[in-house]
Design a protein around this ligand. Sequence first.
Ligand code: URA
Length: 434
Amino acid sequence: MRMYDIILKKRNGGELSKEEINFFVEGYTRGEIPDYQVSALMMAIYFRKMTKGETLALTMAMAGSGEQLDLSMIQGVKVDKHSTGGVGDKTSLALAPMVAACGIPVAKMSGRGLGHTGGTIDKLESFLGFTTGLTSDKFIDNVNRIGIAIMGQTADLAPADKKLYALRDVTATVDNMSLIASSIMSKKLAAGADAIVLDVKTGSGAFMKREQDARALAEEMVEIGRNAGRKTVAVISDMDQPLGYAVGNALEVKEAIDTLSGKGPEDFVELCITLGSQMLLVGGKASLEAEAREMLRGVIADGSALRKFAEFVEAQGGDKEAVYRPERLPKAQIVRAISAPRSGYVSRIVCDEVGLCSLILGGGRERKDSAIDLAVGLVLCRKVGDYVKEGEPLAILHANEEKRALEAEERYLSACTITETIPKPKPLIKTIIG
Ligand code: URA
């Protein structure tokens, strides 16, 4: 087999066989096929697209290119959750203890993430001493003992995807539906769960800006998951404004704690309950959605989800006391309001601009090796549809440098539109696929 023939076949619109896909994925991972040939193939795929069969073969080849987690030592149906990412998306922090308290074992691999805030692991490091550097034995033991463990993504999980994604990033071939779906699903499959619940975001703060694209991606991923023998469901949710009120690492941890204490923002609670109920359904802990929702509300009301979170933080070396006393989390030196320039209804908050404010404040990474400030970010005081009087706070800024605070404030004000008329409300949950 020759790489040249594979490129030519795809360039001419042909369908690649499983053997051809395995050949290029394995060869590229081993460093035997050069970047320029794989770049050409990615561009051919970009224009010619891939069939469902090719997409599944690519996913399986990438999932099998490195270590595949064996979670068989963990009792029960392991359900993983994945979000395509958004602004203020702290869902895993609250959802993991909620479903664990309902009896679903959570054995999760998470990343640090580039972008406006850190990933789940960065956020969890707001707890002094918290570590995700667990051995596989400790990881499995923690899940069996307390029902929840989160570990950092190992370098050897789907290494083919890591190389391909980096190459796509610099060759303008990221935004192809099959390539995105296979990239995400290869990592999920290699992480070993029996069932997967996907949170596919849409809106100005999401990877998929248009709802029809989010739906197409969700459908593609659900089909891959099922063909790979994993129960898979996707929830399409709104990301046209930040989720909840908090954007920033420690600020989001605090909001997750509030949520587990029964004081969470309405939209965030609703998303956690929706995703959580899908997890309980695919995990066989409930047979009806209403029953699942009831169970999740129950573990918040009786305090067991919050206790589970504290147990988990302690088991991974973190300051458990901060779960009950969030004032122990990192705090910024400058905390001040961003005031509304006029009275009216907040009719738009450009979501990715709010993410940029957090990045400007130092809450996210511009490069893989950038340091991250866990204390900084914003807490919104008004969301879309809320009325604000001139001079009242639109948001509270948490910063550690005056220059950055001023820049973020200016940017936040230009991200918000205030009008005299009430905007039409948008549903948070668009649809559930699967
Ligand atoms: N996220 C991924 O993991 N892969 C993609 O291709 C796009 C987003």
